[in-house]
Design a protein around this ligand. Structure first.
Ligand SMILES: CCCCCCCC/C=C\CC(=O)SCCNC(=O)CCNC(=O)[C@H](O)C(C)(C)COP(=O)(O)OP(=O)(O)OC[C@H]1O[C@@H](n2cnc3c(N)ncnc32)[C@H](O)[C@@H]1OP(=O)(O)O
Length: 325
């Protein structure tokens, strides 16, 4: 066990020192679709880990396209027998040399920063802004149903993943952003009081679905979840740690290296026993959704189509648009 831990540590620490590089070196590989970049590390034949970086500007919201690309990337990793651990993080802190786009530019451009090549980039300091509000507002019931099916799919895939999943939370993580994090086996958050995490649905006039509520209860306990869900609490890092939404808070520049070293410890555990244990802990919660997926989709589509809910979402979107930076 100690030897396995040391070997895994060596692979991961080597990986850590290289993860920032763009080029493929010494077993490092990468694949990308438009919104998710995946970098894998480790020599051929050895245990490798992957880092999945979200890059869906401006705020990594979970749009239908992003959800689809996320699931495809995850499936590729699940099918690659050499990969045992995956880190979810935002690509947003990795970029230097950014310039803010002038506020007078068109809305789409105003949302983001540009790099020196003139490409639109996401804002730094955001892990994920959660579900894409524009997928839930002003559309038709068929679209809501399609969208919700994709949300369910992502949650089920993450929650039941046989991989060791960790989130390196390098920015704000409200609602669906928190969903991504709490499906993981371990969460490490950057110690920046500007970043918050939690399920804030009630503040938007909507309600977290029962399976996300169950995931939250499993993570922080019934009483804490009951209070946080009703109040829509977004926890800054120290409070998130105290309540158990995250497992560790570390200085911002150490989030990646710390996640890699914790991953090394987890990968020293035999996969079959860890996976069976994970399934034992999570299966009942996931099965609750699996046995009523279609009803949950219909429920969402009719709930979100209500005039009162659309009105709440409209008000929330207006508030976001007009908030002062
Ligand atoms: C019966 C079953 C019922 C089930 C009901 C539904 C269950 C839902 C489960 C989960 C729900 C969700 O995930 S809802 C989404 C919740 N997310 C939020 O509340 C986050 C909102 N955003 C913010 O707080 C901030 O944007 C930020 C902290 C993430 C970033 O702040 P910053 O100042 O850097 O950026 P801006 O606020 O100016 O935003 C830039 C730009 O992005 C747009 N934006 C932000 N968040 C979203 C989003 N989630 N979806 C779509 N668009 C988003 C924002 O409006 C700005 O746009 P403009 O530049 O055009 O103004």
């Amino acid at each position: 066990m100690a030897m396995a831990l040391r070997a895994a540590s060596r692979v991961l620490l080597r990986a850590g020192s290289r993860l920032g590089r763009r080029e493929a070196v010494d077993g490092a590989r990468r694949f990308a679709n438009k919104r998710v970049l995946v970098e894998t590390e480790g020599a051929a034949g050895a245990t490798r880990i992957a880092v999945m970086k979200f890059r869906n500007p401006p705020v990594n919201s979970l749009s239908l396209d992003f959800l689809t690309e996320f699931v495809i990337s995850l499936e590729k990793l699940e099918n690659d027998k050499s990969i045992r651990g995956v880190i979810l993080t935002s690509d947003s802190l990795k970029r230097g040399n950014q310039t803010k786009v002038a506020a007078t530019e068109k809305t789409e451009e105003k949302r983001a920063t540009r790099d020196h090549g003139g490409r639109l980039q996401e804002r730094p300091g955001i892990f994920s802004a959660g579900l894409d509000l524009l997928e839930m507002y002003g559309r038709n019931p068929a679209h809501y149903a399609e969208y919700w099916k994709a949300v369910q799919e992502l949650w089920l895939r993450l929650y039941l993943s046989s991989l060791t999943l960790m989130s390196a939370i390098n920015g704000a993580s409200p609602a669906g952003g928190c969903l991504l994090a709490i499906t993981c086996d371990y969460r490490i958050m950057a110690d920046n009081p500007k970043y918050t995490i939690g399920l804030n649905e009630s503040l938007l006039g909507i309600v977290a679905p029962f399976w996300l509520k169950d995931n939250y209860v499993n993570t922080i306990g019934h009483r804490a979840a009951e209070r946080a869900l009703q109040l829509g609490t977004l926890f800054p890092p120290a409070e998130a740690l105290k309540v158990g939404v995250v497992d560790e808070v570390v200085p911002e520049d150490q989030v990646h290296s710390k996640t890699l070293s914790v991953m090394a410890k987890w990968l020293a555990i035999p996969d079959h026993s860890r996976q069976l244990t994970k399934t034992m802990m999570r299966k009942a919660t996931a099965d609750n959704l699996i046995k009523q997926r279609e009803a949950d989709i219909q429920n969402f589509a009719s709930f979100i189509s209500r005039d009162s809910i659309q009105k709440s979402l409209h008000m929330y979107l207006e508030k976001l648009k007009h908030k002062k930076g």
